[in-house]
Design a binder for this molecule. Structure first.
Ligand code: PEP
Length: 251
């Protein structure tokens, strides 16, 4: 099964509108026509529409970093999947560790969002990953299993197939401490085994599992060479044209 490598940039709460447009123009010029790798950028939601317009007619998709699970109503401050579709989004990052640990999102919250995103036709990028203390306590697999099972509860096999998972060890996010390619591969193999157990081999072999955590233009190639690493979710190194372009090219 050939899984298309998928590189996504998570801009988090960074950049101004003009900096977002400048970055988009740079990416458009250098990798706008890329076809052998799937590429997306996820700006702050207030910039999604302008970034999607700036990347129109390129192969770079645009995603959001969060969404609410309800369609509409009295949910002050929240944004629906329909609104994201309206402004040109194709992807939504869900369950990022910053949302789990700073905004206290639970597996149940992530599950409701995952179901809503899948029902809308958007593609979810669902993040899982352990804290340093959990890795040191030997509970990485238990934590990741819990997050996988919780986040994908009631998701059908056909929806699972079009979902993306990002394995992001929390101790490697924004810290410069990247997991070794072997450490990443080990957890990716485990995640794929969880998918296989629930949905069977065919689905497990089709789901892309990205690695995230201090990926940059120097370490990307080695991590992406692992057979179960199907791409990367890139934070810091996605905020500038050159490193992000290099990561995409190294894929
Ligand atoms: C992320 O934001 O998902 C991430 C992995 O960040 P960084 O690449 O900066 O560690």
């Amino acid at each position: 099964m050939l899984r298309k490598i998928f590189i996504a940039g998570n801009w988090k709460m960074n950049l101004t509108l003009s900096a977002s447009l400048e970055l988009s123009a740079g990416l458009r010029g250098q990798i706008g026509g890329v076809s052998d790798v799937e590429v997306a950028v996820c700006p702050p939601s207030v910039y999604v529409q302008q970034v999607a317009a700036a990347l129109k007619d390129t192969n770079i998709g645009v995603g959001a970093q969060n969404v609410y699970h309800k369609d509409k109503g009295a949910f002050t401050g929240e944004i629906s999947t329909g609104m994201l579709l309206d402004i040109g989004a194709k992807y939504v990052i869900l369950g990022h560790s910053e949302r789990r640990h700073i905004l206290h999102e639970t597996n149940e919250d992530v599950n409701l969002k995952t179901l809503a995103v899948l029902a809308s036709g958007l593609t979810p990028i669902v993040c899982v990953g352990e804290l340093l203390a959990e890795r040191e306590a030997g509970t990485t697999e238990a934590v990741v299993r819990d997050q996988f099972e919780g986040s994908f509860a009631d998701v059908s096999a056909s929806d699972m197939k079009r979902s993306v998972i990002a394995y992001e060890p929390v101790w490697a996010i924004g810290t410069g401490k990247v997991a070794t390619p072997d450490q990443a591969e080990e957890v990716h193999v485990f995640v794929r085994s969880l998918i296989e157990k629930k949905y069977g081999k065919e689905v497990a072999e089709s789901v892309r599992i990205q690695y995230g955590g201090s990926v940059n233009d120097e370490n990307a190639k080695e991590i992406l060479a692992k057979s179960n690493v199907d791409g990367a979710l890139v934070g810091g190194a996605s905020l500038k044209v050159e490193p992000f372009v290099k990561i995409v090219k190294s894929a």
